[in-house]
Design a protein around this ligand. Structure first.
Ligand SMILES: Cc1ncc(C[n+]2csc(CCOP(=O)(O)OP(=O)(O)O)c2C)c(N)n1
Length: 687
C-alpha cells in the first residue's frame, strides 16, 4: 500500500473511533464525546501498533494491560473493544448507558470483557496501572528464568487533566518513579479542558517536570493527530526500561466539531444532532450513524490474527518453561488461577488462653508471618506503619528496584532487595496504596494486602469502594481500631469508621475478639473469593479466651456465634459484641448469670457474613423471642439497632474521643464490665 493510501486508511480508522463515540453518546443523549474525539489518534496507534492482546482471550496473563483512567471517555474504550474483536457487539455500543447493557456510563471491569479496571473516579485508573506494573515486575522477577521470559508485558494508561490533578494519581506516580517501574507508560491527553473550564483557571503545573521529578521519563507530542510522532514516542517509552514513562500528547477536546472543539461544552454532553452532522461533514464522514467502513474494520480486526499468534507463541514458550521448571510452572499456574495452596493454613498457631492476652494486631502479625511462606502470592505492606501494624513479612524481601538501596537503610523487612520482594513500602500514601492494591489484584496472580491505622482508612476509601464494586480480593488490615488508641487523641481514634466501612456494599468487615478469632479471620480473609476484606484490629492487648470458647473452627466465617450461654434456650438477655469489647461482654455475661440472670454472649466478628447465614442459624444465635439485646462496640451505634431492636440498647461512642490513656478512655466512655452489667440490668427492668 502506498504511503498516501495508508495514511488515508489510518485517518479513516481514527475517525471510525471518533464517530462511534460521538454516535453512542448522541443516541444515549448522555455521555462524554469530547475526550474520545481528541484522544482517538493516540488510542488508535497504541491499540493497533503496540498493544499485545488477544481479543478472544481477554484473561491471558501475559497480555499488555490497558487502563482508561479517564473513564468518562468510556465510548473510546468500547469502540476499541468492538473494533478489535472483543465480545462486545455493535448493538452494545448502540445501547450505551442503557439498563442491562455491557456499555455502562463508565467502564466496569466485572461487566465488560476487555475492561481491565473500573474507572471514572479520576486518578484511580492511573493508580491501578501502577499496581498492575508492580504486579508484572513482581511476577517476572519471581518466575522468569534465563531464556524464559514468561511474564513480560507492559501496562498502558490514558489519563486526562483530571487524573493529573487528583492526589491519588500523584501518590501512585511518585511511588512508581521510586520503584522505577519501566514497563508502565502513561499517555496524557493534554487538552487543557476539564468539565467546567480551561485548565488555566486551576492547573498550571509543569507536568513534564513534575513527573521527571518523580523519576519518570517524560516526552511531549505537540500534535495529537500526528500518528507517527505518537508511535515514535511510545516506541521510545518502551525502550526506556529503567523508568516509567509519561507521554504528554497535546490534543483538542471535541476535535473536529466546528463549534465545540476546544470547548468544555464538548466534555460531558452530546454534541447535539445538528453539530454531529456538521462535525461529520467537517471530517469528511458520511452522514450515517454507527458507520464502520469495511477497510477500517479490517485494520482493527488484524488484532484477532495477531493476538491469536502472539498468544500461541507464548503458550509454546510456556511449555518449554514448564519442561525446564515444572515446579515453578505449576506454582505460577496456581497463582494465575487464584488457587490457594493446599495446607496453606497448617502453620497457623493456636494462642493459649491468657488473661493478659495479646493485641489482635500482634496476633495477626504472627499469623501472617506463619502462613506467608506457603502463601506465596501474598504481597503487600503498609503506609509507613509496619512497626505499629505488624504487617511486615519478615525476611521475605523488600519489593524495590535492585539499584536503589539507600545507604542508611532502615526499616527493611529483610531478605532480598529487588522486585521479587514481598514487602511493598507504600510510604505515607494511603490513597495511592488503595489504588495500587486494586491494580495488583486486577492484574492477577497476587493476593495483595495493605495496612494502616483504621482512622486513616478514610484516606483510601474511594479505592476501597472501587475494590468492592469490582469484586476483587484485596485485604485491608486496619489497626488501632478505637479510642483504645489512647494518648494520640481524637484525631487518631476512629469512631465512625467501622460502621462506615460496613456501609460499603460487598466489603467484608471483620473485627475479631481475641487472638484465635484473629487467626480464623485471617483464614476467612485469605479464602474469600471475589470480595475485599477489611480486618479491624486492636492496638491494646485483649485476653485470649479459654479453650472452652474456641471449639468451632467455622465460628468466625459464620460472622457471629454463641461464645457463652448461661443455660436457658431463650436467655433473658443477649449481649452482642465485637473486637475489643467481646471480653467485656463475656465478663458481664458471667456476672449476670451469677446474679441469676440468664445471659448469652454473642461474638459478632463480621456482620456481613452473619447476615448471609440461613435463617435457622441466625435464629439459633439471636432467637427472635429474645427481645432484650445489648450491643457493645467502641464505635458509633449506627447500624446496631437492626440487631438490638426497639427493646434493646447499645454501649457505643457517638462522639469523638479524647486524649488520655486508652484504659482511662475505655472507662470514661463506659466500656467496663460493670457498665455492661448495669446497662443490661436497666434494660431488663425496663421490660
Ligand atoms: C474524583 C472525581 N472527581 C470529579 C469527577 C467528575 N469529572 C468527570 S470528568 C471531569 C473533568 C476531567 O477533565 P479531563 O481529565 O481533562 O477530561 P476531559 O475534559 O479532557 O474529557 C470531572 C471533574 C470524577 N469523575 N472523578
Amino acid at each position: 500500500m502506498s504511503a498516501t493510501l495508508s495514511k488515508e486508511l489510518d485517518q479513516l480508522s481514527v475517525n471510525t473511533i471518533r464517530f462511534l463515540a460521538v454516535d453512542g453518546v448522541q443516541k444515549a443523549e448522555s455521555g462524554h464525546p469530547g475526550m474520545p474525539m481528541g484522544a482517538a489518534p493516540m488510542a488508535y496507534v497504541l491499540w493497533t501498533r503496540f498493544l499485545k492482546h488477544n481479543p478472544l482471550d481477554p484473561g491471558w496473563i501475559d497480555r499488555d494491560r490497558f487502563v482508561l483512567s479517564a473513564g468518562h471517555g468510556s465510548m473510546l474504550l468500547y469502540s476499541l473493544l468492538h473494533l478489535t474483536g472483543y465480545d462486545l457487539s455493535l448493538d452494545e455500543l448502540k445501547n450505551f448507558r442503557q439498563w442491562g447493557s455491557r456499555t455502562p456510563g463508565h467502564p466496569e471491569s466485572a461487566l465488560t470483557p476487555g475492561v481491565e479496571s473500573t474507572t471514572g473516579p479520576l486518578g484511580q485508573g492511573l493508580g491501578n496501572s501502577v499496581g498492575m506494573a508492580a504486579a508484572e515486575a513482581w511476577l517476572s522477577a519471581r518466575f522468569n528464568r534465563p531464556g524464559h521470559n514468561i511474564i513480560d508485558h507492559y501496562t498502558f494508561t490514558i489519563a486526562g487533566d483530571g487524573d493529573m490533578m487528583e492526589g491519588v494519581a500523584s501518590e501512585a506516580a511518585s511511588l512508581a518513579g521510586h520503584l522505577k517501574l519501566g514497563k508502565l507508560i502513561c499517555l496524557y491527553d493534554d487538552n487543557r479542558i476539564t468539565l467546567s473550564a480551561s485548565t488555566g483557571v486551576s492547573f498550571t503545573d509543569d507536568t513534564a517536570r513534575r513527573y521527571e521529578a518523580y523519576g519518570w521519563h517524560a516526552q511531549a507530542v505537540s500534535d495529537g493527530n500526528d500518528l507517527e510522532a505518537i508511535e515514535n514516542a511510545i516506541a521510545a517509552a518502551k525502550n526506556e526500561k529503567g523508568k516509567p514513562s509519561i507521554i504528554i500528547v497535546h490534543t483538542y477536546i471535541g476535535y473536529g466539531s466546528p463549534s465545540k472543539q476546544g470547548k468544555f461544552e464538548s466534555h460531558g454532553s452530546p454534541l447535539g444532532i445538528s453539530e454531529v452532522k456538521k462535525t461529520k461533514e467537517a471530517l469528511g464522514w458520511p452522514d450515517r450513524q454507527f458507520y464502520i467502513p469495511d477497510e477500517a474494520l479490517a485494520v482493527f480486526r488484524q488484532s484477532l490474527e495477531k493476538g491469536k499468534k502472539t498468544e500461541s507463541a507464548w503458550k509454546e514458550k510456556f511449555s518449554l518453561y514448564e519442561a525446564a521448571y515444572p515446579q515453578l510452572a505449576e506454582e505460577l499456574k496456581g497463582l494465575i488461577a487464584g488457587k490457594i495452596p493446599e495446607k496453606w493454613d497448617s502453620d497457623i498457631p493456636f494462642f493459649e488462653p491468657d488473661a493478659k492476652g495479646v493485641s489482635t494486631r500482634a496476633a495477626l502479625g504472627k499469623v501472617m508471618n506463619a502462613t506467608a511462606p506457603r502463601l506465596t502470592s501474598l504481597i503487600g505492606g503498609s503506609a509507613d506503619l509496619d512497626p505499629s501494624t505488624y504487617t511486615a513479612l519478615k525476611g521475605l524481601g523488600d519489593f524495590e528496584s535492585p539499584d536503589k538501596m539507600p545507604a542508611d537503610l532502615q526499616g527493611s523487612a529483610g531478605g532480598e532487595w529487588n522486585y521479587s520482594g514481598r514487602n511493598i513500602h507504600f510510604g505515607v500514601r494511603e490513597h495511592g496504596m488503595g489504588a495500587i492494591l486494586n491494580g495488583l489484584a486486577l492484574h492477577g496472580g497476587i493476593i495483595p494486602y495493605g495496612s494502616t491505622f483504621l482512622v486513616f482508612s478514610d484516606y483510601m476509601r474511594p479505592s476501597i469502594r472501587l475494590a468492592a464494586l469490582m469484586g476483587i480480593h484485596v485485604i485491608y488490615i486496619f489497626t488501632h481500631d478505637s479510642i483504645g488508641v489512647g494518648e494520640d487523641g481524637p484525631t487518631h481514634q476512629p469512631v465512625e469508621h467501622i460502621s462506615s466501612l460496613r456501609a460499603i456494599p460487598g466489603l467484608v468487615v471483620m473485627r475479631p475478639g481475641d487472638a484465635n478469632e484473629t487467626a480464623l479471620a485471617w483464614k476467612a480473609a485469605i479464602e474469600m473469593k471475589g470480595r475485599p476484606v477489611a480486618l479491624i484490629l486492636s492496638r491494646q492487648n485483649l485476653p485470649v479466651f479459654g479453650r472452652e470458647y474456641s471449639a468451632d473452627p467455622s465460628r468466625v466465617e459464620k460472622g457471629a456465634y454463641i461464645l457463652f450461654d448461661s443455660g436457658k434456650k431463650d436467655p433473658d438477655i443477649i449481649l452482642i459484641a465485637t473486637g475489643s469489647e467481646v471480653f467485656l461482654a463475656l465478663g458481664a455475661g458471667h456476672d449476670l448469670s451469677k446474679s441469676g440472670i440468664s445471659a448469652r454472649v454473642v461474638s459478632m466478628p463480621c456482620c456481613e457474613l452473619f447476615d448471609e447465614q440461613d435463617r435457622k442459624y441466625k435464629d439459633s444465635v439471636l432467637p427472635p423471642a429474645v427481645k432484650v439485646r445489648l450491643a457493645i462496640e467502641a464505635g458509633i451505634s449506627h447500624g446496631w439497632h437492626r440487631y438490638t431492636g426497639d427493646a434493646g440498647g447499645t454501649i457505643c461512642i457517638d462522639r469523638f474521643g479524647a486524649s488520655a490513656p486508652g484504659d482511662v478512655l475505655m472507662k470514661k466512655f463506659g466500656f467496663t464490665v460493670e457498665n455492661v452489667v448495669n446497662t443490661a440490668m436497666k434494660l431488663l427492668n425496663r421490660n
